[in-house]
Write a protein that binds this ligand. Structure first.
Ligand code: MEV
Length: 425
């Protein structure tokens, strides 16, 4: 049977589902029920979600949670998080509480500029190109005036346009490298519109424009977050040993890319969850953060730790191009709510909050890894998930949690214990 289709986007939602079910699911009506059970009965809300993307057939739920007790620069925050992975929110909440009694998190935005590039090919004389650029530069700014007008009122706009010779990397390749400030918006549409207007103004017969696009590598849109306390305040049992192993764990991530990727993945558990909850683009953030982690030519940790004069310090530096206006931020009711919960932060404040969420996750992961091991917490959540799947009653659940306190949790072991419990009744 043919599994391709033409004119699919013109079908309505029901027709699309009919095609799907007949082509891939042997006309199984149950598939329709699975999709339909996630439709929202509020038509306005469903239409809104349908229109975010093309070919929408249902909604895909991801839990929306909150992590209270974060103190950042002396202010209390409850942080919204959207994530499917168990333990992430619990870890964030625990770490927030832990640091709230040790001075909280300090965060600071180091820079906020973003980059866009017009990539082009030119085979002629370099000096002539430079001359043409110098002559044209003012017109390039003028060509974007109508686009930048509002942004300039909000303190943003185009900061610089440079001609860059990239011919050492690729024959005949040059760029217009453009630096932007986009105030409280992430600015992707603004940047791309400016770049296209610039490219249009710059092009001529011997300049072949290849493409105009923002860069998600934003090492100059950087935020730093930090926690610190006396070593003895760190951990109840053996604070010195804990601090030492913690620092070694960071050093290992800096020395060994295999570990660094997992280490940074844990950071992104916190970062992405807040980025998603606030309607920002987590793929852009991921790409930019990992490129930054590799900026030395070797992939390293995004966090660092030190002990000096008995003070333990742990910090993160991460590029975060975020917005608190525009895009999905006001359009998605839960993103809007998330930003309200954060008391409608500026983009800079949101950068600080997100960096803190990443640092908190990394602290939780390294604390668990260097002490009890990560599986203890994970398996507890795993156990409750399996118990839930089995449809156990509250009494049965409590029994199984107690039963597995000192036993290894595996799916089989839980099913067996549950079956035995039911049989013995
Ligand atoms: C799991 O999602 C994240 C961790 O693997 C991070 C880490 O190892 O640092 C626990």
């Amino acid at each position: 049977m043919l599994k391709t289709v033409s004119g699919f986007s013109k079908l309505n939602k029901f027709e699309k589902i009919d095609w799907l079910v007949s082509t891939f699911f042997n006309e199984d009506e149950k598939i329709k029920r699975v999709l339909e059970q996630y439709w929202n009965s509020n038509k306005v809300l469903q239409d809104l979600h349908d229109d975010f993307i093309e070919n929408t057939i249902s909604n895909f739920y991801i839990p929306f949670a909150i992590a209270p007790n974060f103190v950042i620069n002396g202010k209390d925050y409850t942080i919204p998080m959207t994530i499917e992975e168990s333990s992430v929110v619990a870890a964030a909440s625990l770490v927030a509480k832990f640091w709230s009694t040790r001075g909280g998190f300090k965060a600071e935005v180091l820079s906020t500029t973003k980059i866009g590039q017009v990539h082009f090919m030119y085979e002629g004389d370099k000096k002539e190109l430079q001359k043409y650029f110098n002559l044209k530069k003012e017109d390039l700014f003028k060509a974007t005036e109508s686009i930048t007008k509002n942004m300039r009122k909000r303190g943003g706009g185009i900061l610089a346009v440079e001609l860059r010779d990239k011919t050492a990397a690729l024959a005949n390749y040059y760029q217009l490298h453009v630096t932007f400030e986009t105030a409280n918006s992430m600015g992707a549409n603004f940047i791309n519109s400016c770049l296209e207007a610039i490219a249009n103004e710059f092009k001529k017969d011997d300049i072949q424009i290849v493409m105009s696009i923002l860069s998600n590598y934003v090492p100059e849109c950087l935020v730093r977050a930090e926690v610190s306390c006396r070593v003895e305040e760190l951990y109840a049992e053996n604070a010195e040993l804990f601090a030492q192993k913690f620092i070694q764990a960071v050093q290992i991530a800096n020395a060994e890319p295999h570990r660094a990727v997992t280490h940074n993945k844990g950071i992104m558990n916190g970062v992405d969850a807040v980025v998603l909850a606030t309607g920002n683009d987590f793929r852009a953030i991921e790409a930019g953060a990992h490129a930054y982690a590799a900026r030395s030519g070797k992939y390293k940790s995004l966090t660092n730790a030190s002990i000096e004069n008995g003070i333990f310090k742990f910090w993160i530096e991460i590029p975060l191009a975020l917005g608190t206006v525009g895009g999905l931020t006001a359009l998605h009711p839960l993103s809007k709510l998330s930003l309200q919960l954060l008391e409608n932060p500026s983009a800079k404040e949101l950068m600080e909050i997100v960096a803190v969420a990443g640092l908190a996750q990394n602290f939780a992961a390294l604390r668990a890894l260097t002490t009890t091991g990560i599986q203890k917490g994970h398996m507890k959540m795993h156990l409750t998930n399996i118990i839930k799947q089995l449809g156990a009653s509250e009494d049965e659940k409590q029994f199984l949690i107690k039963y597995f306190e000192n036993k290894t949790v595996t799916h089989n072991a839980v099913v067996e214990a549950y079956n035995k419990l039911v049989q013995d009744k």
